[in-house]
Design a protein around this ligand. Structure first.
Ligand code: PLP
Length: 297
């Protein structure tokens, strides 16, 4: 497996003008094994920061504006200084261009609150060649539903839990995947304590019901998915209706197809929910993945 490609940013405030030497001069590629984070960086000690993961095709990072919107939104929710998106755009371009053109890849962008006491964010970016051959896009995944432990109206009652922010604190998400594996599944779908479909630990959920595509609305404590946005845009071009709404968990088994969507793995069809097989709409699945793979922006 090729080494990750790492760039460190001299993080600029949102309102900083481009330096005379260009934004490129504020972004430094470093050897993958060079230490770049201090032991007292709050990303390391508290997971206090935000991140984004973008898919890369033929050296082009995908859906950059949607990811940047979410990055800025997450930073705002954590009361971090707003990111300078022009600087991040240049860093992203450099990272995309450093990946082999003939391989799918991913770029993870990290914005930390910074070294404790320094009052200055730190940021870096890691580009990797995508690790698998995407067999999941044809084989599909078995999922289990797991309780998220809070109601769908969390955002109204407990905004300090940062619903909708893509924070670096993914220990719970990783523990959820281990629980799914213990139960013999490939992935999990979170359900709110009052019975609504939310999201998976690293993906959004999409259902097909006839000529309508449905996804859980995003004000229920889940992340707005950039791949889901692209999937809806494609489906609308193809004449499907689209709905963002509350999705009772029973609809997972009462649908014409369910997918997990994410930036690098794209659309993975679900073959079973809680041990009950569900129909795989192979044709739509292939069409959706072809549409997502055709994006070049
Ligand atoms: N929900 C969660 C919790 C995620 O971590 C992710 C992606 O990492 C998604 C949804 C899907 O987002 P996107 O399609 O932008 O990759």
């Amino acid at each position: 497996m090729p080494e990750p490609i790492v760039f460190v940013l001299d993080v600029a405030p949102a309102d900083a003008a481009e330096p005379a030497s260009g934004w490129e001069s504020t972004v430094r590629r470093v050897p993958a094994d060079e230490p770049i984070v201090r032991g007292t960086d709050l990303a390391a000690t508290r997971g206090d920061g935000v991140f984004e993961t973008l898919g890369v095709l033929e050296g082009c990072p995908q859906a950059v504006d949607a990811h940047f919107w979410r990055l800025a939104n997450s930073a705002g929710l954590l009361e971090l200084p707003a990111p300078n998106l022009e600087q991040w755009r240049v860093a992203m371009r450099l990272a995309g261009a450093a990946l082999p053109i003939d391989r799918q890849g991913g770029i993870k962008l990290v914005l930390s609150r910074g070294v404790e006491g320094a009052n200055r964010p730190t940021g870096w970016l890691i580009a990797t060649v995508a690790e698998d051959d995407f067999a999941n896009r044809t084989d599909g995944w078995k999922v289990v539903t797991l309780d998220r432990g809070y109601r769908h109206d969390l955002s109204e009652h407990a905004p300090w839990l940062l619903p909708g922010a893509k924070t670096l604190s993914y220990a719970v998400n990783m523990a959820t995947l281990r629980e799914a594996a213990r139960r013999g599944a490939d992935n999990a779908i979170y359900v709110s304590s009052d019975g609504y479909v939310m999201e998976a630990p690293q993906s959004s959920v999409l259902l097909r019901r006839g000529d309508t595509l449905v996804t859980p609305k995003t004000d229920i404590g889940i992340l707005p998915g950039t791949t889901q946005l692209s999937a809806f845009a494609l489906a609308q071009e193809w004449g499907f209706a689209t709905e963002d709404r509350l999705v009772p968990s029973g609809e997972l088994l009462d649908s014409d197809g369910v997918w997990l969507l994410s930036s690098v793995k794209l659309a993975t069809p679900i073959t079973a929910v809680d041990g009950q097989p569900i129909a795989v709409d192979r044709e739509f699945s292939d069409r959706l993945n072809a549409g997502l793979l055709a994006r070049r922006e």
